[in-house]
Design a protein around this ligand. Structure first.
Ligand SMILES: [Zn+2]
Ligand SMILES: [Zn+2]
Length: 258
């Protein structure tokens, strides 16, 4: 399974930087998990193949350019863009984003080939198909309804925490899964901002270190994501200080293979 954390920020020369302001993972050039930078950083090739998007929750950093992506591709879409999300999240997207005020209600619109966008409600705790992948979603502990995921291609399995603080169902799901290759988990704030992390339901390196004790698997790659750019270096130092084997930081723009 190939997974890329799309970049969202570029320097004066147009080179992607390591600052992660928006969240969008692309799996095998086919499926996106969240869509923060989807309209900004996909290659033309990927723009022709990414048609399934799992939205873990409706925060702006996870959906910022989703409406623009559909708008861009509107005339050429030969199949609808499928938005996979829980019924609660679908309701919020309809109410707050695709509401004719912020942007058009694309789920009501057609181009020459047919519908351009379709919601696919996802169940909790039950595997469901997304393109060539099998996905299981469970609620995590964030400020709005949010899911964490395990994504499998039949051979490899990778877990995505999305945005969360201390949580239970996610670890239960991971521990019940026979084999896991990687865990992509958030670490948003440095330890000195523990209060802010708590009220906004995110991890610091210290709370992440505690939380990882709930994980029974050994030897998998653990990659921190969602590092707030203002504190990136500080968070990385504090993650290193945990001395957890196989814990690293996922770089935006780089493709990882499991
Ligand atoms: Zn969030
Ligand atoms: Zn976020």
């Amino acid at each position: 399974m190939r997974i890329q954390l799309l970049p969202s920020t570029f320097d004066a020369k147009g080179q992607a930087t390591l600052d992660q302001r928006l969240t969008c993972f692309v799996i095998d050039d086919r499926v996106a998990v969240d869509a923060g930078s989807i309209a900004i950083a996909l290659t033309n090739e990927q723009r022709s193949t990414v048609r399934d998007i799992i939205v873990t929750h409706p925060h702006m950093d996870h959906i910022a350019s989703l409406p623009i992506y559909i708008d861009d591709l509107y005339p050429s879409l030969k199949e609808p863009m499928r938005i996979h999300a829980t019924p609660e999240v679908i309701k919020l997207l309809e109410r707050d984003v695709f509401n004719w005020n912020v942007y058009p209600r694309f789920s009501d619109l057609k181009n020459d080939y047919g519908p351009v966008m379709e919601y696919v409600p996802i169940p909790l705790g039950q595997p469901f198909p997304v393109a060539h992948l099998t996905v299981t979603a469970v609620p995590v502990n964030h400020i709005v309804p949010t899911v964490g995921l395990i994504v499998s291609d039949g051979e490899r399995s990778v877990a995505f925490s999305s945005d969360t603080a201390q949580t239970e169902a996610f670890w239960k799901l991971l521990n019940e899964t026979q084999h896991l290759d990687a865990l992509l988990i958030e670490a948003s704030f440095p330890n000195r901002l523990a209060k802010l992390a708590e009220v906004s339901r995110h991890f610091t390196p210290a709370s992440l270190g505690q939380e990882l004790k709930k994980l029974n698997h050994n030897g998998l790659d653990i990659m921190a994501v969602h590092l707030k750019p203002a504190y990136r270096e500080e968070i990385i130092e504090q993650l290193d200080a945990l001395e957890i084997p196989n814990l690293g930081v996922m770089d935006p723009g780089k493709t990882y293979q499991w």
